[in-house]
Design a protein around this ligand. Structure first.
Ligand SMILES: [Zn+2]
Ligand SMILES: [Zn+2]
Length: 384
């Protein structure tokens, strides 16, 4: 389950920023890994303390965290907790299943509206990620407008949150049975009660903050901790960050779908990276060392002697690093033919070519022999 950051720091939920700061400093000193080398329990505790402080020392993040604490089921904050399609996907589920959801298609997860008709509508927004942000993971703050559950009345619409009576028209059911007679046909259906808008209760005194609706249109900020490996079409789902329910049910979800922007050098497929590497003719023939970029730095790779155009070299574990595994880097070798040769250069190439025997070129030799056996003709002018 999601950890309660207040408990981690040993402070009250009402603690001031100063109290949080001093509690954090005290614990951080106490559990600092320098003081407890090779103590894994301590290192874990130190990490938790830092995570708690990161959230609680930031008023915006704290506000969001408080909301999630008050609304269990509203995707846990930070880490990879916010992931998950449909009902679950956070807490003890482990990263693997969570990531499956992330990688899954947008419609695969299933929404909550289907199962709970009283829930608010989910909101879907699209978010562009740079290639490197998506590959390496990043934090993003997203602002969007939604019907936010009213805090003043706890979404009831009633002043002080409790002052309402059961609706007399529907006996508190929220729905009414309608009977339609049309000649021989009689249809029975249930519809939302118009007297109480399907809530089943009548507010005695309206909440002044939301004018009795139980929600208000508000610009909401959500902080996303996007793990490495997000791809176009993958998404994060934040429970309870969608629209408030007009019927007193839970708020819908926020679904953020990603679009990864192209990169000048890198291409990717799942967690594997692809780089086109142009090399010169000489390196292809003699072999050599060339630097290629990875996500963090350049690395030197060895081009083997006699590398053909279009050869794909594999550099293991230099692709996208995720909790679920690490991809590889594939280097596509492209031999570039030099242009605008000087007279002298052309002559040098002629002289060189003159010295090369056809048996040094395996494919040319095979081709030459085949054509010759067919028609007695030599396809190349080479003498040797
Ligand atoms: Zn009613
Ligand atoms: Zn209200």
């Amino acid at each position: 389950m999601a950890k309660n950051h207040y408990e981690t720091l040993g402070v009250q939920k009402t603690a001031t920023q100063d109290e949080i700061k001093s509690a954090y400093r005290k614990l951080a000193r106490q559990y600092h890994p320098d003081l407890h080398p090779n103590d894994e329990e301590c290192a874990k505790k130190f990490k938790e303390i830092n995570e708690a402080n990161e959230i609680l020392s930031d008023p915006d993040k704290r506000k969001q965290y408080d909301f999630e604490l008050e609304n269990p089921g509203a995707g846990s904050f930070g880490g990879f907790g916010g992931f998950g399609g449909g009902q679950g996907g956070f807490g003890g589920g482990g990263f693997s299943s969570i990531f499956d959801d992330l990688m899954g298609g947008f419609f695969g997860g299933g929404g909550r509206e289907d199962s709970t008709s009283k829930a608010g509508k989910s909101i879907k927004i699209d978010l562009d990620l740079s290639f490197l942000d998506a590959a390496k993971g990043c934090k993003k703050e997203v602002k969007y407008v939604r019907d936010e559950p009213c805090k003043a009345c706890r979404s009831t619409g009633a002043k002080n949150g409790t002052a309402y009576t059961p609706c007399s028209k529907c006996n508190g059911e929220g729905t009414i049975q309608y009977v339609n007679s049309n000649g021989f046909f009689r249809t029975v259906s249930r519809k939302a009660c118009d007297a109480c808008s399907g809530k089943g209760k009548i507010i005695q005194e309206r909440c002044s903050s939301c004018n009795g609706k139980g929600y208000q249109k508000t610009t909401t900020t959500v902080n996303l901790d996007i793990p490495a490996g997000a791809d176009t079409g993958s998404y994060m789902q934040k429970r309870g960050f969608g629209n408030a329910s007009p019927f007193g049910g839970p708020a819908g979800d926020l679904i953020v779908e990603f679009r990864v922007l192209p990169h000048k050098i890198f291409k990717r497929k799942n967690f594997n990276l692809y780089v086109d590497l142009p090399i010169d003719y000489k390196t292809a023939v003699l072999g050599g060392k060339v630097k290629v970029p990875t996500l963090d730095e350049t690395i030197e790779i060895e081009i083997p002697e006699g590398t053909e155009h279009g050869t794909q070299l594999l550099v293991r574990n230099k692709g996208i690093k995720t909790q679920r595994g690490t991809g590889h880097l594939y280097v596509n070798v492209l031999i570039e033919i030099p242009t605008r040769l000087s007279k002298k250069q052309k002559q040098m190439l002629e002289d060189f070519d003159e010295s090369v025997e056809i048996k040094q070129c395996e494919n040319m030799k095979k081709y030459s022999d085949s054509v010759e056996s067919l028609y007695g003709d030599k396809p190349y002018k080479k003498k040797k």
